[in-house]
Design a protein around this ligand. Structure first.
Ligand SMILES: Nc1ncnc2c1ncn2[C@@H]1O[C@H](COP(=O)(O)OP(=O)(O)OP(=O)(O)O)[C@@H](O)[C@H]1O
Ligand SMILES: [Mg+2]
Length: 265
Protein backbone atom coordinates (compact mmCIF):
# COMPACT_ATOMS: atom_id res chain seq x y z
CA UNK A 1 0.00 0.00 0.00
CA UNK A 2 1.45 3.31 -0.87
CA UNK A 3 -1.34 5.72 -1.70
CA UNK A 4 -3.58 7.78 0.58
CA UNK A 5 -1.41 8.30 3.58
CA UNK A 6 -3.95 10.82 4.74
CA UNK A 7 -3.32 10.35 8.44
CA UNK A 8 0.44 10.88 8.27
CA UNK A 9 2.21 10.75 11.63
CA UNK A 10 4.79 8.21 12.75
CA UNK A 11 3.29 5.53 10.54
CA UNK A 12 3.82 7.70 7.51
CA UNK A 13 7.52 8.06 8.26
CA UNK A 14 7.91 4.32 8.80
CA UNK A 15 6.02 3.55 5.60
CA UNK A 16 8.22 5.89 3.61
CA UNK A 17 11.34 4.43 5.22
CA UNK A 18 10.17 0.93 4.32
CA UNK A 19 10.33 1.81 0.63
CA UNK A 20 14.09 2.22 0.31
CA UNK A 21 16.43 -0.49 -0.92
CA UNK A 22 18.46 -0.81 2.26
CA UNK A 23 21.54 0.98 0.95
CA UNK A 24 23.66 2.41 3.79
CA UNK A 25 21.74 0.40 6.37
CA UNK A 26 21.36 1.81 9.82
CA UNK A 27 23.33 -0.10 12.49
CA UNK A 28 20.93 -2.31 14.39
CA UNK A 29 18.28 -2.39 11.68
CA UNK A 30 16.81 -5.75 10.70
CA UNK A 31 16.23 -6.67 7.05
CA UNK A 32 14.77 -9.87 5.68
CA UNK A 33 14.70 -10.05 1.91
CA UNK A 34 12.78 -12.76 0.07
CA UNK A 35 13.02 -15.31 2.86
CA UNK A 36 11.82 -18.84 2.02
CA UNK A 37 11.91 -21.52 4.74
CA UNK A 38 10.09 -24.52 6.17
CA UNK A 39 10.43 -27.70 8.14
CA UNK A 40 12.20 -29.88 5.59
CA UNK A 41 9.36 -30.51 3.13
CA UNK A 42 7.73 -27.90 0.93
CA UNK A 43 8.48 -24.33 2.05
CA UNK A 44 6.03 -22.98 4.61
CA UNK A 45 6.91 -19.32 4.04
CA UNK A 46 7.82 -18.02 0.62
CA UNK A 47 9.70 -14.90 -0.37
CA UNK A 48 8.87 -12.89 2.74
CA UNK A 49 10.52 -9.47 3.11
CA UNK A 50 10.21 -7.46 6.31
CA UNK A 51 12.25 -4.82 8.06
CA UNK A 52 12.44 -2.97 11.34
CA UNK A 53 14.64 -0.13 12.47
CA UNK A 54 15.96 1.09 15.83
CA UNK A 55 13.22 2.63 17.92
CA UNK A 56 10.45 1.12 15.80
CA UNK A 57 7.73 -1.36 16.58
CA UNK A 58 6.95 -3.29 13.42
CA UNK A 59 4.27 -5.97 13.55
CA UNK A 60 3.33 -9.07 11.61
CA UNK A 61 -0.31 -10.11 11.78
CA UNK A 62 -2.15 -12.99 10.16
CA UNK A 63 -4.45 -15.91 10.97
CA UNK A 64 -3.46 -19.19 12.64
CA UNK A 65 -1.08 -21.20 10.50
CA UNK A 66 -0.20 -18.33 8.19
CA UNK A 67 3.52 -18.72 8.92
CA UNK A 68 4.21 -15.97 11.46
CA UNK A 69 6.12 -18.16 13.93
CA UNK A 70 7.86 -19.90 11.06
CA UNK A 71 9.10 -16.51 9.85
CA UNK A 72 10.58 -15.65 13.25
CA UNK A 73 12.16 -19.11 13.60
CA UNK A 74 13.78 -18.65 10.20
CA UNK A 75 15.04 -15.17 11.11
CA UNK A 76 16.57 -16.36 14.40
CA UNK A 77 18.31 -19.38 12.86
CA UNK A 78 16.13 -22.21 14.20
CA UNK A 79 14.90 -23.08 10.70
CA UNK A 80 17.08 -23.12 7.63
CA UNK A 81 16.48 -20.38 5.09
CA UNK A 82 16.59 -21.92 1.61
CA UNK A 83 16.27 -18.65 -0.31
CA UNK A 84 16.67 -15.04 0.65
CA UNK A 85 18.81 -13.07 3.07
CA UNK A 86 18.69 -11.65 6.57
CA UNK A 87 20.88 -8.81 7.73
CA UNK A 88 21.42 -6.74 10.87
CA UNK A 89 22.86 -3.40 9.89
CA UNK A 90 25.42 -4.16 7.21
CA UNK A 91 26.05 -7.69 8.43
CA UNK A 92 24.65 -10.74 6.64
CA UNK A 93 23.30 -13.06 9.37
CA UNK A 94 21.44 -15.51 7.15
CA UNK A 95 21.36 -19.00 8.70
CA UNK A 96 23.61 -18.18 11.64
CA UNK A 97 23.00 -20.53 14.57
CA UNK A 98 20.73 -19.07 17.28
CA UNK A 99 23.65 -18.45 19.65
CA UNK A 100 25.52 -16.56 16.95
CA UNK A 101 22.36 -14.57 16.26
CA UNK A 102 22.37 -13.61 19.94
CA UNK A 103 25.99 -12.48 19.57
CA UNK A 104 24.97 -10.54 16.47
CA UNK A 105 22.46 -8.63 18.58
CA UNK A 106 19.21 -10.42 17.82
CA UNK A 107 16.98 -11.44 20.74
CA UNK A 108 14.01 -13.78 20.42
CA UNK A 109 11.06 -14.38 22.73
CA UNK A 110 9.37 -17.57 21.53
CA UNK A 111 5.62 -18.15 21.54
CA UNK A 112 5.95 -20.90 24.18
CA UNK A 113 8.72 -22.16 26.49
CA UNK A 114 9.87 -18.61 27.07
CA UNK A 115 11.15 -18.94 30.66
CA UNK A 116 12.56 -21.69 32.89
CA UNK A 117 9.63 -22.40 35.21
CA UNK A 118 11.50 -24.00 38.15
CA UNK A 119 14.08 -21.21 38.33
CA UNK A 120 13.51 -17.93 40.11
CA UNK A 121 13.02 -14.65 38.29
CA UNK A 122 16.58 -13.63 39.16
CA UNK A 123 18.00 -16.95 37.94
CA UNK A 124 16.07 -16.61 34.70
CA UNK A 125 17.52 -13.15 34.15
CA UNK A 126 21.02 -14.39 34.95
CA UNK A 127 20.64 -17.24 32.47
CA UNK A 128 19.60 -14.70 29.87
CA UNK A 129 23.05 -13.16 30.31
CA UNK A 130 24.83 -16.40 29.43
CA UNK A 131 27.24 -14.67 27.07
CA UNK A 132 28.32 -12.11 29.72
CA UNK A 133 30.83 -12.06 32.57
CA UNK A 134 29.54 -12.27 36.17
CA UNK A 135 30.15 -8.58 36.67
CA UNK A 136 28.30 -7.67 33.49
CA UNK A 137 25.42 -9.93 34.51
CA UNK A 138 24.93 -8.06 37.80
CA UNK A 139 24.95 -4.70 35.98
CA UNK A 140 22.60 -5.95 33.36
CA UNK A 141 20.08 -7.32 35.88
CA UNK A 142 19.95 -3.79 37.34
CA UNK A 143 19.32 -2.38 33.89
CA UNK A 144 16.51 -4.85 33.18
CA UNK A 145 14.90 -3.96 36.52
CA UNK A 146 15.09 -0.29 35.58
CA UNK A 147 13.24 -1.05 32.33
CA UNK A 148 10.73 -3.44 33.96
CA UNK A 149 10.53 -2.30 37.61
CA UNK A 150 7.72 -4.74 38.43
CA UNK A 151 10.19 -7.62 38.16
CA UNK A 152 12.12 -6.18 41.10
CA UNK A 153 9.56 -7.36 43.65
CA UNK A 154 9.51 -10.89 42.24
CA UNK A 155 13.18 -11.77 42.04
CA UNK A 156 12.97 -14.77 44.36
CA UNK A 157 9.74 -16.16 42.98
CA UNK A 158 9.87 -19.24 40.72
CA UNK A 159 9.00 -18.21 37.17
CA UNK A 160 6.39 -20.99 37.08
CA UNK A 161 4.36 -19.11 39.72
CA UNK A 162 4.12 -15.84 37.80
CA UNK A 163 0.93 -14.69 36.10
CA UNK A 164 0.86 -14.85 32.31
CA UNK A 165 1.62 -11.14 31.93
CA UNK A 166 4.43 -11.25 34.52
CA UNK A 167 5.90 -14.27 32.80
CA UNK A 168 6.00 -12.48 29.45
CA UNK A 169 7.63 -9.49 31.07
CA UNK A 170 10.28 -11.84 32.48
CA UNK A 171 10.73 -13.49 29.08
CA UNK A 172 11.38 -10.07 27.54
CA UNK A 173 13.65 -9.10 30.44
CA UNK A 174 15.63 -12.30 30.03
CA UNK A 175 16.26 -11.45 26.37
CA UNK A 176 17.02 -7.84 27.28
CA UNK A 177 19.96 -9.10 29.39
CA UNK A 178 22.11 -9.32 26.24
CA UNK A 179 21.12 -5.80 25.15
CA UNK A 180 19.94 -6.93 21.72
CA UNK A 181 19.66 -4.42 18.92
CA UNK A 182 16.75 -6.39 17.48
CA UNK A 183 13.85 -8.00 19.34
CA UNK A 184 11.78 -10.73 17.73
CA UNK A 185 8.61 -11.30 19.78
CA UNK A 186 6.25 -14.15 18.97
CA UNK A 187 2.70 -13.45 20.16
CA UNK A 188 3.60 -12.13 23.60
CA UNK A 189 -0.08 -11.57 24.42
CA UNK A 190 -1.27 -15.12 23.66
CA UNK A 191 -3.42 -16.41 26.54
CA UNK A 192 -3.49 -13.03 28.29
CA UNK A 193 -6.73 -11.25 29.23
CA UNK A 194 -7.44 -8.32 26.87
CA UNK A 195 -6.58 -5.61 29.37
CA UNK A 196 -3.30 -7.29 30.36
CA UNK A 197 -2.50 -7.84 26.68
CA UNK A 198 -3.07 -4.20 25.94
CA UNK A 199 -0.85 -2.99 28.75
CA UNK A 200 1.91 -5.44 27.79
CA UNK A 201 1.90 -4.00 24.27
CA UNK A 202 1.48 -0.37 25.27
CA UNK A 203 3.96 -0.38 28.15
CA UNK A 204 6.54 -3.16 27.94
CA UNK A 205 6.84 -3.62 24.17
CA UNK A 206 6.98 0.09 23.44
CA UNK A 207 9.62 0.40 26.18
CA UNK A 208 11.89 -2.00 24.26
CA UNK A 209 11.67 0.26 21.23
CA UNK A 210 12.16 3.35 23.39
CA UNK A 211 15.43 1.75 24.54
CA UNK A 212 16.51 1.93 20.90
CA UNK A 213 15.77 -1.64 19.80
CA UNK A 214 14.28 -2.57 16.46
CA UNK A 215 11.20 -4.59 17.40
CA UNK A 216 9.51 -7.12 15.13
CA UNK A 217 6.41 -8.47 16.85
CA UNK A 218 4.05 -11.21 15.70
CA UNK A 219 0.49 -10.84 16.95
CA UNK A 220 -3.00 -12.13 16.36
CA UNK A 221 -4.58 -9.19 18.17
CA UNK A 222 -4.50 -6.94 15.14
CA UNK A 223 -6.33 -3.98 16.63
CA UNK A 224 -4.23 -3.86 19.78
CA UNK A 225 -0.90 -4.28 18.01
CA UNK A 226 -1.74 -1.72 15.34
CA UNK A 227 -2.16 0.80 18.15
CA UNK A 228 1.54 0.46 19.06
CA UNK A 229 3.01 -0.22 15.59
CA UNK A 230 4.87 2.08 13.25
CA UNK A 231 4.36 -0.34 10.37
CA UNK A 232 2.54 -3.66 9.91
CA UNK A 233 2.87 -6.64 7.59
CA UNK A 234 0.00 -9.04 6.92
CA UNK A 235 0.73 -12.71 6.28
CA UNK A 236 -1.59 -15.28 4.73
CA UNK A 237 -0.77 -18.77 3.50
CA UNK A 238 2.95 -18.33 4.10
CA UNK A 239 3.23 -15.15 2.04
CA UNK A 240 3.00 -11.42 2.63
CA UNK A 241 -0.45 -10.25 1.60
CA UNK A 242 -0.15 -6.53 2.29
CA UNK A 243 1.66 -4.04 4.45
CA UNK A 244 1.29 -0.46 5.52
CA UNK A 245 1.14 2.00 8.35
CA UNK A 246 -1.66 1.45 10.88
CA UNK A 247 -3.55 4.34 9.29
CA UNK A 248 -3.23 2.81 5.83
CA UNK A 249 -4.32 -0.64 6.93
CA UNK A 250 -7.20 0.74 8.96
CA UNK A 251 -8.40 2.43 5.77
CA UNK A 252 -8.24 -0.81 3.76
CA UNK A 253 -11.65 -2.53 3.52
CA UNK A 254 -9.96 -5.91 2.95
CA UNK A 255 -7.84 -5.52 6.08
CA UNK A 256 -10.70 -4.23 8.19
CA UNK A 257 -13.04 -7.06 7.23
CA UNK A 258 -10.39 -9.71 7.82
CA UNK A 259 -8.72 -8.38 10.95
CA UNK A 260 -10.66 -5.56 12.57
CA UNK A 261 -14.24 -6.68 11.96
CA UNK A 262 -14.53 -9.41 14.56
CA UNK A 263 -13.59 -9.44 18.19
CA UNK A 264 -9.82 -9.55 17.78
CA UNK A 265 -8.94 -6.84 20.22
N1 LIG B 1 7.42 -28.25 13.49
C1 LIG B 1 6.67 -28.19 12.37
N2 LIG B 1 6.80 -29.14 11.41
C2 LIG B 1 6.08 -29.08 10.28
N3 LIG B 1 5.17 -28.12 10.01
C3 LIG B 1 5.00 -27.16 10.92
C4 LIG B 1 5.74 -27.14 12.14
N4 LIG B 1 5.34 -26.07 12.86
C5 LIG B 1 4.41 -25.44 12.12
N5 LIG B 1 4.21 -26.09 10.95
C6 LIG B 1 3.27 -25.70 9.88
O1 LIG B 1 3.68 -24.48 9.33
C7 LIG B 1 2.55 -23.67 9.02
C8 LIG B 1 2.73 -22.30 9.64
O2 LIG B 1 2.76 -22.45 11.04
P1 LIG B 1 3.16 -21.28 12.01
O3 LIG B 1 3.35 -21.87 13.36
O4 LIG B 1 4.28 -20.53 11.42
O5 LIG B 1 1.85 -20.38 11.97
P2 LIG B 1 1.46 -19.08 12.82
O6 LIG B 1 1.08 -18.04 11.84
O7 LIG B 1 2.53 -18.79 13.79
O8 LIG B 1 0.15 -19.58 13.58
P3 LIG B 1 -0.40 -19.24 15.06
O9 LIG B 1 -1.05 -17.89 14.96
O10 LIG B 1 -1.39 -20.31 15.32
O11 LIG B 1 0.75 -19.28 16.02
C9 LIG B 1 1.32 -24.43 9.52
O12 LIG B 1 0.73 -25.07 8.41
C10 LIG B 1 1.89 -25.43 10.48
O13 LIG B 1 1.12 -26.60 10.49
MG1 LIG C 1 2.64 -18.76 15.85
Amino acid sequence: MSAERAEGGAGHVAAAAADDDGAGREPGSLRADGVTAGYGGDPVIRSVSVRSDPGRVVSVVGPNGSGKSTLLKALIGILRITQGQVSVGDRDVTNLAPEDMARAGVGYVPQIDDVFAPLTVRENLEMGGYLLSRHEIADRVEHVLAVFPKLGSMLRRPAGKLSGGERKMLAMGRVLMLRPAVFLLDEPTANLAPTIARSLLEEQVTRLAAQGAAVLIVEQRARAVLAVSDYTYVMGGGELRMSGSPAELSASPAFVSSFLGGHRN
